[in-house]
Design a protein around this ligand. Structure first.
Ligand code: HPA
Length: 235
């Protein structure tokens, strides 16, 4: 096992879906994957491997925030040979033209996290971006499935609760669609270790209007997003 994942060598597929919530990982495995088995329960951060359309796929909870997601992305790639990671999660919309339940693919990720500033000694504003091939495939998959998906930049924030909502307005002025808490770390670590990564999200709440989805709505849109991610990761 690695420091935080209790899988034996070979138990994790080269393709991994990463929801923040470990119980979502369990739900995805049980709902979608054939012959899903659990490979890790360390710290309750559940991981499963099964098959989607005959191709081996794993689902690993990442936890919330970039420090937690970084640990899992790093170990999946470096200790288990994972090549492709797609984060599936929720986000808060920053722009008026996004609606609750919309699906968003993050082409790139601005961040207020200090992790990359430390990496580049505060000298470079590194731009964490999605893998172009994965992003293109996800757009094709969404079109084929008849699901409207917005593609654009997002913010990966360290804090869920902010004292500076004015910065969200400024980011929206620059075309940033939504806020979540993991994508910049995932994109950076994937780039560093030559893996491919993408983030697909559903809008669970609207920062401008305060609107929130119901649990039932979240489940339904979560399904559409997971289906896009699964078709994309095995393509
Ligand atoms: N902020 C950060 N992450 C989120 C949010 C939010 O408002 N909604 C869903 N994920």
């Amino acid at each position: 096992m690695s420091t935080h994942i209790g899988a034996k060598p070979g138990e994790i597929a080269e393709r991994v879906l990463m929801p923040g919530d470990p119980l979502r990982a369990k739900w995805i495995a049980e709902t979608y994957l054939e012959d899903a088995t659990s490979y890790s329960t360390v710290r309750g951060m559940l991981g499963f491997t099964g098959r989607w359309n005959g191709v081996a796929v794993s689902v690993q909870g990442s936890g919330m925030g970039m420090p937690s997601a970084s640990i899992y992305a790093h170990e999946l790639i470096n200790e288990y040979g994972v090549k492709t990671l797609i984060r599936v999660g929720s986000c808060g919309a920053l722009t008026e033209d996004l609606q609750l339940r919309d699906v968003v693919a993050a082409i790139g990720s601005a961040t207020d996290s200090n992790m990359n500033r430390m990496r580049f000694d505060g000298l470079i504003d590194y731009a964490p971006v999605a893998d172009f091939g994965l992003l293109r495939t996800s757009v094709e998959v969404a079109e084929r499935r008849g699901i409207t998906m917005r593609v654009g930049p997002i913010l990966a924030a360290d804090a869920f609760y902010t004292d500076r909502p004015d910065l969200y307005d400024t980011l929206a002025d620059y075309g940033v669609l939504a806020v979540e808490m993991e994508s910049a770390a995932l994109y950076t670590i994937a780039a560093r270790f030559r893996a491919r990564a993408l983030t697909v999200l559903t809008v669970s709440d609207h920062i401008k209007t305060g609107a929130k989805t119901t649990a039932q709505e979240r489940e339904q849109t979560f399904s559409q997003m997971v289906e896009i991610a699964l078709d994309t990761i095995v393509a």
